[in-house]
Write a new protein. Structure first.
Length: 122
């Protein structure tokens, strides 16, 4: 079995990869600035960005910058012969996370009710 590179898996070339990296580093970068760095025309960069967006390789998200708030994120690529077993384990972990969130909310609500009942007694 021949292993493919990341770029081959995504079906992108070096210029597309560079564009993604530049936008990831500075989401407000202009097409003109990218064009200078990649040595392509501004319309060519615009066309490549549209292509990357259509392939869902480049998206715009509203939210906080995880790099600036020091949140650690990991992406795991798993290779297995028993995909169903891995999927089942991931589902169990997700259910446990949901259960923990529920319990935290339940405790928060119980503390809130205790605080209200204490205020009513006073």
């Amino acid at each position: 079995m021949i292993k493919k590179t990341f770029k081959e898996l995504l079906n992108i070339d070096d210029d597309d990869y560079k564009i993604i990296e530049m936008i990831e580093k500075d989401p407000d970068i202009t097409h003109s600035q990218i064009a200078i760095e990649v040595e392509k025309s501004q319309p060519a960069i615009g066309a490549r960005i549209i292509k990357l967006e259509r392939k869902n390789l480049l998206t715009k998200q509203v939210g906080f910058n995880i790099k600036k708030v020091d949140i650690k994120v990991a992406i795991a690529f798993i290779s297995t012969k028993d995909v169903e077993a891995v999927v089942k384990k991931i589902r169990i972990v997700l259910l446990l996370i949901m259960l923990l969130k529920f319990l935290v909310n339940l405790i928060y609500y119980a503390l809130y009710l205790l605080q209200i009942s204490k205020q009513l007694k006073d």
